[in-house]
Ligand binder design. Sequence first.
Ligand code: M6R
Length: 612
Amino acid sequence: MCGIVAYLGKKQAYPILLKGLKRLEYRGYDSAGVALIDETLTVYKKKGKVQDLETFIGERSTAGSIGIGHTRWATHGKPDDINAHPHISSNGRLVLVHNGIIENYGLLKEALKKTGHSFETQTDTEVLVNLIEEIQKTDNLALEEAVRVALTKVRGAYAIVVMDKNDPDKLVAARKSSPLVVGVGDDGFYLASDGTPIVEHTRKVVYLKDEEIVTLTRSGEMDIKTISNEIQHPFIQELEFEIETIEKGGYDYFMLKEINEQPATIRECLRGRLNADEGWIKLSGVDNLVNKLLNADRFIIVGCGTSWHAGLIAEYLFEDFVRIPVEVEYASEFRYRNPIISERDIVFAISQSGETADTLAALELAKEKGASIYGVVNVVGSSIARITDEGSYIHAGPEIGVASTKAFTGQVTLLTMIALTLANKKGTISNAYYRQLITELEQIPNKVQQVLEKNAQIEFIAKEIMDAPNALYLGRGYNFPVALEGALKLKEISYIHAEGYPAAEMKHGPIALIDENMPVIVMATNRSAYEKIISNIQEVKARGGRVIAIISEGDKEIKEIADYTIEIPETEEPLTPLISVIPLQLLSYHIALMRGCNVDQPRNLAKSVTVE
Ligand code: M6R
């Protein structure tokens, strides 16, 4: 949510900032801006995409070897040129970019007005830059010290980078609950919300921790302090991903690339952790926490959006195999309902980005109450990965499309491995069934590939239903969370209103919505409730609804009654979600494209939601 990039060094900053902003655009894309210092301070800001900013800047001067840039997802103040970042302090000296929310900005603003500051924007960020200016001026402090003191006075979340027009040899940055990475290059320093703008310049990075402030100078010094003024020693790490993974690689959209990557990303998630021939699964995170996991009173799973759907599938898996009670919670609600958590609970945090503020807040509360935290995270080194006691990465590689696809199948793959390994250790699964499931799990990438090959057929069905104003997704058992995920995918990228329901719930209300305009996408692969699903389909047909059924290969009976069917390879029922979600991802993708929507950057959304 909002992307930040900055550079200080020997090269010209503007091309680095511009390219970095394009890489970070998935984090927010309602306006963008850059500030550069050469002889003087120059700021360019524009409503719209980074491309609009680039066009606006055109041939204007962009000189300067120090600069900061920002791509915004609006919180305070509508998306326009004025509210776009960077923001300048009243005396025109300091300039700042910010990702996050300053919660007490109202009070600070009133106090600053009394000391002569004027405000042009509705943003909390303009308040912060003026607060730093006020402290710098009044106490005659160095920029980094003024930033530090200012940050002791704010409440909320932030990643910031600040420059002083009068000192073009220094960048000061800080973070709390919003990510910030320092790149250490031969030609200078880079700062960014994640490694994607940095990786083509240097692999050496320092992940700033919460409440740390870094001061970077042109002469190559990097000093890190906490807000409470304790000196920290930078820990330099290597960025692990390859540049190709953050490029479209011949696809029109990241989403399509990421859908098609799934056979490879699921394989990567299994690699070195599962051996079907020898019959083992090995997850070091599980091994390290095994006693607590096996003796837990309860598993609580927290996540948001697609990650929450993966959590719902894990509820089925854990209860089915491990026989430990599970609660799946929206991270955003968990914290605000005084939940009962004990030291014998294990909280599973599921997150692609590892930066979702709601999930982080839920984990902080769970930690406070003494529960152990297990992370199922994609982004290496992210805040959630760091706050957990143990965890496993899903290794899906960078996911850039705002609609989550490969992260979902990665999360479900990993959660399946966790459930099976715990069940095996606990003795709640027979050895034969355990072996059967892991053999089948190893086959999932090939089966996903077979579904991807049905793309043309799915595109045809998409054309038939693309004009529908609403859609209903139905599923039972393991396929119920998949129905929710299918509906979320359709809503978020095509703006068609869609609902996911347990198939049997339809008759308790949603059936009233069904008419000839309503496409009903039915997940119909479950062997365990096959007859009941057929009845649900008949109920829809009897009311004129159009049925698109996801069926098992060779299923003739449903083919007879549904309007359209998409056959997917048979698998063990608990593994079905990994395959049945694929046609739903492709269906949403094609519908959105046909409706002229930007599938990678849907309106109002951002990839990484770092505000509560
Ligand atoms: O990074 P996270 O997995 O924590 O993100 C959670 C949700 O914000 C995310 O899944 C969101 O719902 C996606 N846009 C869904 O496609």
